[in-house]
Design a protein around this ligand. Sequence first.
Ligand SMILES: NC(=O)c1ccc[n+]([C@@H]2O[C@H](COP(=O)([O-])OP(=O)(O)OC[C@H]3O[C@@H](n4cnc5c(N)ncnc54)[C@H](OP(=O)(O)O)[C@@H]3O)[C@@H](O)[C@H]2O)c1
Length: 323
Amino acid sequence: MRFRTLGKTGLEISEVGYGAWGIGGKQWQGGNDTDSLAALRRALELGLNFIDTALAYGEGHSEQLVGQIVREAPGKVYVASKVPPKNLKWPAQAGIGIDQVFPYEYVVKCTEKSLRNLQMETLDLQQLHVWNPEWLERDEWRRAAEDLKKSGKIRHFGLSLNNHEPDSALDVIKTGLIDAVQVIYNVFDQLPEANLFPLCVERGVGVLARVPLDEGALTGTITEDSAFPEGDFRGWYFRTKDRLRDVVAHVDPLKKDLTGVAGTLPEIALRFCLTAPAVSTVIPGMRRVSTVESSCGVSKTGPLPADVMAILRRHAWNKNYYD
Ligand SMILES: NC(=O)c1ccc[n+]([C@@H]2O[C@H](COP(=O)([O-])OP(=O)(O)OC[C@H]3O[C@@H](n4cnc5c(N)ncnc54)[C@H](OP(=O)(O)O)[C@@H]3O)[C@@H](O)[C@H]2O)c1
């Protein structure tokens, strides 16, 4: 496993991190705690030392599993979590004030709850789970971040950005108060490369590349007949026949263009993310030992060559299935 520095925090984190949404259950059905714990343990054995979870993932269940694994780990494992929006609306919506989403006391209380779930004293990175640039000048988030750092409950503070809106963080990054951003970045959504990544490099802000496999579309296993278990988020994300057809219509030519390139489609998709120097870590969701082994193995292969990147550039696809 190779390591990268998380912006100006100085934390040396594994370039493949662990996306812990799926192991919370509820919104990701079909897994179980035994498999999740085995997957987490294998990830740590393979050198992974960064886990992204959230209070909202399985209402604390993901944090509890992560805490269990981190406590038994022989070495340091960095944990990032998130404060859910108080109004439970993802993504943040224009015109909705921060008082309804992240009031000061609420941010502090949620952080304390996450620490109890994790059974940890300090979070390495606490993030707001949504961000609305209209809140830039508001005092609530600034004071909460500062006080949580002062009290030792968090070490660093970051934002998880709205889906497909990387530029929504440009102004807040310029305040110098943000240590890391979490953004959708994958073969289909290459938008962060235009403005966000150069600014993050310039200002020393860490980048967590989330949803690197487009919720499964870039695993290459979705078909026109794919079905997901009752209550599974992906049943909503890929909710129409048209969407499934469109995914296949984009993934099939991608696979064809990649004929002869070493690695599976998801491995190449993860390498795509790691080829961007601005990316500190890519955080695929992984609930099984086999996916952990495949994803962590990507680190040793290094950045993609220019000819493969040129192919992938042509497969950018502007869509928003979260709407
Ligand atoms: N708003 C936010 O802040 C937000 C929103 C979404 C996600 N996130 C974060 O980003 C993380 C990643 O996103 P995600 O989990 O939603 O989706 P994702 O990483 O795009 O896709 C996850 C899917 O990819 C599969 N997979 C992973 N590695 C693979 C490999 N090497 N080969 C084949 N399949 C592989 C997983 O399989 P198995 O599960 O079967 O192992 C899972 O079905 C989340 O876990 C969470 O930490 C944050």
